[in-house]
Structure formats: C-alpha cells, structure tokens
Design a protein around this ligand. Structure first.
Ligand code: ADP
Ligand code: MG
Length: 228
C-alpha cells in the first residue's frame, strides 16, 4: 500500500486522495483550493468517483467523516445553473442538520454564480418559504414533514429532480418519517440518482435502500476522521 503521507501519490488503494485529481468542474476545484480542502476523507475518496459516474451510492459513516462534502460535490458537479428548476433534493432529519447542510453546500457552491439553495424546514413560518418557492431554486434542502406539506399544497414541484439525497437516513426512520418519505418519493422522477447516508445500517435501512436505490454501490467507513 502507498504510504499515507506520500505527497506525490494521488491514488491510494485505487481511490483518489486529492480533490484536484477528481474529474470535477473547474470552478468547484478552484473553490476547494480556496477553501483549503486538499485531501479527501475516506468516505469522499470511496464515494465521489461513483457519484460523478452517476451511480446510486449508499454511504455508511459517522458524523464528521465528510459526507456533506461528498454528496455536495457530487450534486454540484452535475447541476446546471442555467436551468432554473429544482434539480437536487436533500432530506435531513432535523432543521439543525438541514441548516448545516445548506451552509456547507453554499460554501462549496461559492464559485457557481446565481445558484439558489433553499432550505425548507418545519418549525419555520410558511409565508417566507412560499415566497422563496415562487422565486425558484436549484437545490432544496429540508426536513421530510415540511417538504411533503409544500408538495401536498402544490407549492413545490419536484418533477425535475435528478439527485435525491437521504442524509442520516437511520435517524429519519427512527423519527417515524417512513410514510412521509414514501409520499415524497412518489413525487420524484424514477429516473434519478439517489444517495443514501446513514451512520448505522439496520434492516430497516437495508429495506429502504432496496426499494429506493437502483444498483447502488455501498461504501462503508468504520472510523470518522477528517484529514486536511
Ligand atoms: P458529515 O456530514 O459526515 O458529518 P461534513 O461533510 O459536514 O461531515 O464534514 C465535517 C467538517 O469537515 C466540515 O466542517 C467540513 O467543512 C470539513 N471537511 C469535510 N471534508 C473535508 C476535507 N476533505 N478537507 C478539509 N475539511 C473537510
Ligand atoms: Mg452530515
């Protein structure tokens, strides 16, 4: 195996080690360099190449392992900013997590001009969310209950979504979101890329993955660590 700190090796165990060796769009790579993100974490190295190829991915890794950056780059790489419609939907169990994901996505998307990332979470007033939805967005990040509420009321059109991210899927199921998730899934195109992340992998998650993902690659990372 390659020595972990060998500076001139871009590959380790067949996985890329450095962001700059990934086939990502130039503005994303430049922004990563500006952010000081150099080396990929384990989950990023294992999952990003498959995501960029358009594969469905199941990622099992703890909090802090770099999952948001992994799926964020995957979806931003394929996003077309000139097409102003919701292309990616990220579902998170709580408002705090959704806000955190939206913040990280905005940071990663800094070099993409005019990109709109909208957060739709429960516990927040409807009025401003409806106003923002009328203006439109490229990416929607939110909690399942509020997303389903907007769908049911006809405020939100998800017919152009080509990337679905289920973040912390185990927590969403623990919180009883299964039925709501099914309603959201019914409003999404079948032809799409689905990325599912979970810290644990109980049978319920396996069943969800089997129903929702198609021919996925499963990436497992035992310990959380972020290297830079
Ligand atoms: P997770 O979703 O697994 O909890 P995040 O993607 O939110 O993890 O990453 C945790 C923290 O590490 C964030 O502050 C993020 O900006 C930072 N980070 C993630 N990947 C890298 C990397 N490859 N290099 C440097 N910092 C990173
Ligand atoms: Mg996360």
């Amino acid at each position: 195996m390659t020595a972990p700190d060998s500076p001139d090796s871009a590959l380790e165990g067949g996985h890329p080690r450095d962001f700059q060796s990934l086939p990502l769009k130039e503005p994303l790579l430049r922004n990563l360099a500006d952010l000081g993100y150099k080396r990929l974490t384990e989950i990023q190295a294992a999952a990003l190449p498959a995501m960029v190829e358009g594969r469905d991915v199941i990622g099992q890794a703890k909090t802090g392992s770099g999952k948001t950056v992994a799926f964020g780059l995957g979806l931003l790489h394929k996003l077309r900013v000139e097409q102003f419609r919701v292309q990616a939907l990220v579902l998170c169990p709580t408002r705090e997590l959704a806000d955190q994901v939206a913040r990280e996505l905005r940071k990663l998307a800094r070099a993409i001009h005019n990109i709109k990332i909208l957060t739709l979470c429960g516990g927040m007033p409807f009025g401003p969310q409806i106003g923002s939805l009328r203006h439109g967005a490229h990416i929607v990040v939110g909690t399942p209950g509020r997303i389903e509420d907007h769908l049911r009321k006809g405020n939100l059109d998800l017919s152009s979504v080509d990337t679905l991210v289920l973040d912390e899927a185990d927590r969403m199921l623990d919180m009883g979101f299964q039925a709501v998730l099914d309603q959201i899934l019914a409003a999404l195109p079948r032809q799409r890329q689905t990325l599912l992340f979970s810290a644990t992998y109980p049978e319920t998650i396996d069943a969800l993955a089997t129903r929702v993902l198609s021919n996925p690659i499963k990436v497992e990372v035992a310990t959380a660590h972020t290297k830079s």
